[in-house]
Design a protein around this ligand. Sequence first.
Ligand code: SAM
Length: 224
Amino acid sequence: MLSIVATPIGNLGDITLRAIETFKHCSAVVCEDTRVTGNLLKQLEIPKKELISLHGYSDPQKIERILERLRRGEHLALVSDAGTPGISDPGYALVAKARESKLVIEAIPGPSAFLAALSVSGLPIQHFTYLGFLPLKKGRKTMLESFKTREETIVFYESVHRITRTLEELATVFHDQPNRPIVIARELTKLHEEVIVTTVGELSMIAKKLTLRGEFVIVIGGAQ
Ligand code: SAM
């Protein structure tokens, strides 16, 4: 069986009981970075466990070797560095191949940064679109422009290196819709958690004052 295990996005207290049980009982943990997962298992006091690295660029043969172990009846857990595997993280290819092979897959759900951000945003979340990381070059401008007419809430991830640029671009794109609500969620579940609730009209000012540390989720309210 392959267990898809979500792990904390910053606060160890968010690990689930089922995640701990799965780590204890599986024969190995397939992970993105063995140091990150090794550290998590150590903090959870899980006795030494085999770790198999599977990052975004892992070759198909490596996936095949993992599938072979699953076919032999081993119980493996799949994690990423933080949050839910496959959500803007490696994992999809293995899950897709395991499904093709009709292997048993179970979800051990838990944290995901975009869901945490949506839940505290105060913006309508009956319908939303999650976009992962925005494209860096090709299609970026078109995508940003398309936000103007979307009626549902939009949520996406941004890195500390690009947050200022993205906020400035949003301010430009939305210059004629200054009241569109936007929420910037930084370091969720961590010591320096910060949730800035504002409008795109204020973004240029916010971009100048923003603490440029940590991880960010951006949530934009839909067009009225
Ligand atoms: N798989 C993860 C999930 O389920 O949320 C996402 C992994 S993605 C590579 C990492 C991005 O998620 C970061 O660049 C940031 O945009 C967002 N993120 C992760 N942890 C966060 C946190 N504690 N606070 C705010 N954003 C976070």
